[in-house]
Design a protein around this ligand. Structure first.
Ligand code: GRF
Length: 197
């Protein structure tokens, strides 16, 4: 990357794409100093519609999806691969090839409630505090080094829908900022502990 070029990110999604949109808007509005070069999805989903509306190039992975993904990433050489509701587990060889260049957002305070439906898991458990986690991706499911967490108090009168809204609001507020930091600040790992320098 030469001095004047913006870092390039690829976003991967499978569903609604609200985080994808918040990342694109942050890049358009200058809070995220990066170009969202491509949205990759694994199936038809609302995120594709958002990409069309926002004028972001998009790609639906054909079969075999792992090979298509590998080729696409090798061709683009993005500075960061941003998972935003991508509902498949990245194959270990891709994780290895792109070691610490893949970031994910998870809607709970990991290691509590990993996997699917984390907001509902936390709600049904009756926790009084939950939140969001942004982490680097390793070979496990929601196990990589934690970059950022934000806690949220669950108010007694909130239903599941309200909790979902509040979690998504936190995600949209913070994911673009953390992506910007990952692209523009120095960091290192001390064991599995992520440290800004
Ligand atoms: C978010 O809650 C994110 O934490 C999780 O999947 C959801 C994606 O939502 N990994 P959206 O597609 O960005 O609206």
């Amino acid at each position: 990357m030469s001095g004047r070029e913006l870092p390039r990110v690829v976003v991967m999604a499978s569903g609604n794409g609200s985080n994808f949109e918040s990342i694109v808007m942050a890049s358009k509005e200058g809070q995220l100093n990066a170009e969202v070069e491509l949205l990759i999805v694994d199936k038809d989903c609302y995120a594709l519609k958002r990409a069309e509306r926002l004028g972001v190039e998009h790609l639906k992975l054909g079969k075999p999806w792992k090979e298509r993904l590998k080729e696409t990433l090798r061709k683009l050489q993005p500075d960061l691969i941003v998972l935003a509701g991508f509902m498949r587990i990245l194959p270990a060889d891709i994780v290895m090839e792109w070691r610490w260049k893949v970031v994910n957002i998870h809607p709970s305070l990991l290691p509590a409630f990993p996997g699917k439906d984390a907001i509902k898991q936390a709600y049904d458990y009756g926790v009084k505090v939950t939140g969001i986690t942004i982490h680097l991706v390793d070979e496990g499911v929601d196990t990589g080094p934690v970059v950022f967490q934000k806690a949220l108090e669950v108010k007694q009168n909130w239903d599941l829908e309200r909790l979902e809204q509040e979690i998504h609001r936190l995600e949209h507020e913070n994911y673009p900022k953390v992506i910007n930091d990952l692209l523009h600040r120095e960091w290192r790992l001390e064991g599995r502990k992520f440290v800004w320098i």
